[in-house]
Design a protein around this ligand. Structure first.
Ligand code: NDP
Ligand code: OXD
Length: 312
């Protein structure tokens, strides 16, 4: 059973080393490096695969994405009719929890202002509200957000969520287009963990920011680790400059890497990280994918298969 590594973006070396460590007996070939017979490829390992290549593999049984978000795979207009498995792994999930909590606390505990004071050698105490006075809204309440919720609750925040479909949950959950305004009006710190689909593209814009609750003196704040395509960057920058947003943390951008001359770099009270909120660890990811392949080959169904009609 041969697997093909297909990524236009992620360096192959650490992935090949991880594969060798975890599955030395399973052949892994690299598109663009190795000669291969397309008919001999059983599985593909993808991250933003070059367009048109997947459809040239006639005996492909499944595609395993090395990340959680699959927008970079299904963007291929010639995407073949085989199951696409997205990454759901405790290592990635827990990294996202760290990043989200770091950003929420950075803004809520006014860390940027204190760093600014420190740079000026200034000893000034700011009024600090208690966590229970702030409402954190998790936009997208899937694998990652469900991990973040109990951590934020344990810190004392009020936490609620928004998803596409109704579901039972320990926290108040709003859903669908009808539930969005209600959710936003009750949110001081908005954390976006949405996938990029036709239903979510550009959703984080001036109109949405205007609907965020203004109940907390430290809000509203926007945190986005979903995808850059969710956000209107000009709107976010304007909102930071006008004070309509008190702060923001963005891990993802419409264009990555964010160009050196982009005005976002100098946005006030804006934390920028270079799409590192929850990086896929090669060893953990490869071990996860090999477990899935083993189970699949022993007749069990694949887990975390993407619903292509929904787009996530
Ligand atoms: P899931 O598929 O588990 O969850 C997605 C959530 O978004 C679900 O709750 C879903 O609703 C909701 N959703 C989707 N479309 C809509 C919509 N139109 N309206 C309202 N809610 C919607 O994904 P994960 O939690 O695993 O990951 C989320 C995203 O995080 C990934 O797609 C990826 O883009 C991003 N990501 C970013 C990383 C980084 O390092 N920056 C790392 C990993 C992931 P429902 O529950 O009803 O289906
Ligand atoms: C992912 C990512 O989707 O790293 O896993 O963005």
């Amino acid at each position: 059973m041969t697997t093909l590594f297909l990524s236009a973006d992620w360096g192959q070396d650490e992935w090949l080393a991880a594969w060798q460590a975890v599955a030395p007996n399973r052949p892994l070939l690299v598109h663009g490096r190795d000669d291969y017979d397309p008919a001999g490829i059983d599985y593909a390992l993808t991250w933003k695969p070059p367009r048109g290549v997947l459809k040239t593999l006639p005996n492909l049984k499944a595609i395993f994405n090395m990340g959680a978000g699959v927008d970079g795979v299904i963007a291929d207009p010639e995407f073949p009719a085989v199951p696409l498995v997205r990454l759901v792994d405790p290592d990635l999930t827990s990294r996202m929890g760290e990043w989200v909590v770091l950003q929420v606390l950075t803004h809520f505990r006014q860390a940027l202002t204190y760093l600014d004071f420190q740079a000026k050698h200034e000893w000034t105490e700011l009024t600090q509200p208690a966590a229970h006075s702030a409402r954190v809204g998790l936009m997208g309440y899937g694998t990652l957000a469900r991990h973040c919720a109990p951590i934020l609750l344990a810190l004392g925040f009020n936490v609620h969520g928004w998803s596409r479909s109704p579901k039972s949950s320990d926290i108040t959950l709003h859903y669908g287009d009808d539930g969005l305004d209600h959710f936003l009006a009750r949110t001081d710190i908005l954390v976006s963990l949405l996938p990029l689909t036709e239903g979510t593209r550009g959703i984080l814009d001036a109109a949405l920011i205007a609907k965020l609750g203004g109940g907390s003196p430290l809000g509203p704040v926007l945190v986005n680790a979903g995808r850059g395509g969710l956000q209107n960057e000009a709107d976010i920058l304007a909102a930071l400059r006008s004070g309509a947003l008190k702060g923001a943390s963005l891990d993802v951008f419409n264009e990555e890497p964010l160009p050196a001359g982009d005005p976002m770099w100098d946005g006030p009270n804006l934390v920028i990280t270079p799409h590192v909120a929850a990086a896929s660890d090669p060893e953990a990811t490869v071990a996860n994918i090999i477990r899935q392949i083993d189970a699949y080959e022993s007749g069990q169904p694949l887990q975390n298969v993407v619903d292509l009609a929904r787009g996530y």
